[in-house]
Design a protein around this ligand. Structure first.
Ligand SMILES: [Ca+2]
Length: 441
């Protein structure tokens, strides 16, 4: 041990000094009295007296008379105590114990730091702190790889939803990879073909395309525009439209894109209430409402979002996940009318991968129809909610379906259809990316 070695050497040196002190006193006396002693170190001519000359060399130690009655103090050859130094055996043991304690403490702290570093690395890697997670997978890509025109996620989630609709006017927005923001899209150089392609990139069929429009962006253009490159041609280019947009501070037309990819949310019949009101008596008031049945029994409601896709709750299909078990009835007012109808077959059921049957989290699912619905005045799609809609409590909302017109145990939440206590089903806005991504498959 390094700290102990220093003390032991010092101890030995001090003890030797005391032993030499007594012996040298005797040797010095003998040297002075022994005539045969030759001083080989002395040479004549040197201006130095011989070693045995009186008074030379000067005594190193005080002269002690040989015949003195003074008795030298006994030398303790087993133990020497010097003030201020822990020279006892017990002290050395304490010193060693202290060194061992310090070493153990240092090792313990290093182990704690190593464990902490491993845990931090584990959680940071799992949380994808420095980037974005690819959908439900564990793959994490850098934020700069989102909507950059190149597929980086295993299922292409990073390039799947680079457009979105904002507000009640269906204002088109594109995600700026450079600024990591959603920006309005300048209408310069857009036409129907470009607009159709954008709808397809969102998840709609080009057959459902309605039109595009232009509006004054107002304060929405505060962050600038996403503008179609001047050399872009949707006929010649195989690149997605969103990859052909670039950041721009200016827009020649000073107008931005609105886009209607499907004729949704349109109803010609007046509104009526169900629970606490009356039974709907006008066919076509809620043309997107469908009945989902198994073996002729109505089990759940659903909403048409495109001619091929129905959105419903995941808990409805959790234990009945085979598409062949289901029939979809659209364009009917009463359940009795459906008894004699054929219904539409289902080819695919997709439940949200995050659905939890214990607490009904992520309670959303999609059904794909075997053949698309024929759109009519009584069969129409509902609009998926755009980002930025005013969903404040001061507005009027409707819940539709074939449930009872009085409160029963038919939904979850606080009671059923109580004033200011709506049943909780799911915030569809939070599932838009998932819905559109499934529609593109
Ligand atoms: Ca990418």
């Amino acid at each position: 041990m390094r700290c102990g070695t220093h003390e032991i050497v010092l101890f030995i040196l001090r003890r030797e000094v005391k032993v030499i002190t007594t012996q040298q006193k005797q040797q010095a006396s003998e040297m002075h009295n022994n005539p045969s002693h030759i001083n080989y170190g002395f040479h004549y001519g040197e201006e130095r007296p011989p070693a045995h000359a009186p008074g030379y060399p000067p005594p190193i130690y005080p002269t002690v008379p040989l015949n003195s009655n003074v008795t030298p103090a006994p030398i303790n050859t087993h133990n020497t105590v010097t003030s201020g130094l822990p020279h006892t055996t017990a002290a050395r043991k304490v010193s060693r114990s202290r060194c061992l304690c310090i070493t153990a403490a240092v090792i313990f702290v290093l182990i704690i730091l190593a464990v902490a570093a491993v845990l931090i690395w584990y959680f940071l890697a799992g949380a994808c702190v420095m980037g974005r997670t690819c959908g439900q997978s564990t793959t994490c890509v850098r934020s700069s790889q989102w909507c950059d025109g190149r597929t980086d996620c295993p299922l292409g989630e990073d390039e799947a939803q680079c457009f979105r609709f904002y507000g009640p006017n269906f204002m088109l927005q594109s995600f700026s990879n450079e600024d990591q923001k959603w920006k309005v899209v300048c209408s310069d150089r857009w036409n129907d073909n470009t607009a159709k392609q954008a709808c397809q990139e969102i998840g709609y069929s080009s057959y459902d395309y309605v039109s595009y429009g232009t509006i004054d962006p107002g304060s929405s253009a505060g962050d600038g525009y996403m503008t179609l490159k001047s050399d872009y041609s949707n006929i010649l280019s195989s690149e997605p439209v969103h990859s052909s947009l670039s950041n721009s501070a200016r827009c020649q037309t000073n107008t931005v894109m609105t886009l209607k990819c499907i004729d949704c949310g349109r109803s010609d019949a007046p509104a009526t209430r169900i629970v606490g009101g009356q039974v709907v008596s006008i066919l076509g008031r809620w043309p997107w409402q469908v009945s989902l049945q198994v073996m002729g029994n109505h089990l759940c409601g659903g909403s048409i979002i495109t001619p091929s896709w129905i959105v419903t709750a995941a808990h409805c299909v959790h234990s009945l996940s085979s598409p062949s078990q289901w029939k979809v009835y659209a364009g009917y007012l009463t359940l009795s009318q459906m008894e004699y109808a054929i219904g539409n077959s289902v080819t695919q059921i997709i439940s949200h991968p995050g659905f939890d049957s214990n607490n009904n989290n992520n309670d959303i699912a999609l059904m794909k129809l075997l053949t698309p619905l024929q759109i009519s005045s009584t069969i129409r799609p509902v609009c998926l909610p755009n980002t930025g809609l005013d969903l404040s409590t001061s507005r009027t909302y409707y819940a539709t379906g074939w449930g009872a017109t009085t409160s029963q145990d038919t939904s979850w939440g606080q009671g059923c259809a109580l004033r200011n206590r709506p049943g909780v089903y799911g915030n569809v806005t939070t599932f838009l990316d998932w819905i559109y991504t499934q529609m593109k498959k």
